[in-house]
Design a protein around this ligand. Structure first.
Ligand SMILES: C[S@@+](CC[C@H](N)C(=O)[O-])C[C@H]1O[C@@H](n2cnc3c(N)ncnc32)[C@H](O)[C@@H]1O
Length: 153
């Protein structure tokens, strides 16, 4: 995600642009924070891009460089617990997580997203998921697995 942002906005780390990456699992958070990837994992991205923003590490691995790390904060978060976030988000990716929740819990998660989204913000969900419940009145389909907050496109 941070690499994609830097590919279109190379000065992003110096601007008011930040990515909050969360998971309930501390191991996933630690892995994201460490930012270590095999070359094989990076290969689908253009080499000119990842070679610019990753530093070479041991055994053919690469580690996220300073700009990637400044852009992204990794935090533990339980989607069905308390949320400490105070700001609003222009984009939320919540893919392949709510599939583990029952219908009522899924509806509650969607409804908790809308107040923390900026007007016109976009929500991306997984292919086997769909927004349901009261939030569906505010989150309008804007493509496959994509929803926009507010007026219909
Ligand atoms: C199938 S993975 C999806 C990962 C990623 N979003 C993707 O699409 O590749 C599901 C993730 O949801 C996390 N998860 C499960 N329950 C959660 C909860 N209550 N709050 C936050 N994350 C949760 C798991 O730890 C796991 O990393």
């Amino acid at each position: 995600m941070a690499l994609t942002v830097l590919s279109v906005l190379p000065e992003a780390a110096d601007l008011d642009v930040r990515i909050l990456a969360t998971d309930i699992d501390p191991n996933m958070v630690a892995q994201g924070h460490a930012g270590v990837y095999s070359e094989e994992a990076l290969e689908p991205a253009p080499a000119t891009l990842w070679r610019r923003y990753f530093d070479r590490a041991d055994r053919g691995q690469w580690v996220a460089g300073a700009q990637l790390k400044r852009l992204t904060a990794f935090r533990e978060l339980n989607l069905i617990g308390d949320w400490p976030m105070r700001g609003r988000f222009d984009v939320i990716f919540c893919r392949n997580v709510v599939i583990y929740f029952d219908d009522a819990t899924q509806e509650r998660v969607w409804s908790r997203f809308t107040p923390i989204m900026t007007p016109g913000a976009t929500l991306y969900i997984g292919h086997s998921e769909r927004v349901s419940g009261p939030a569906a009145a505010q989150l309008h389909t804007a493509g496959l697995t994509t929803y926009r907050l507010g007026g219909r496109p």
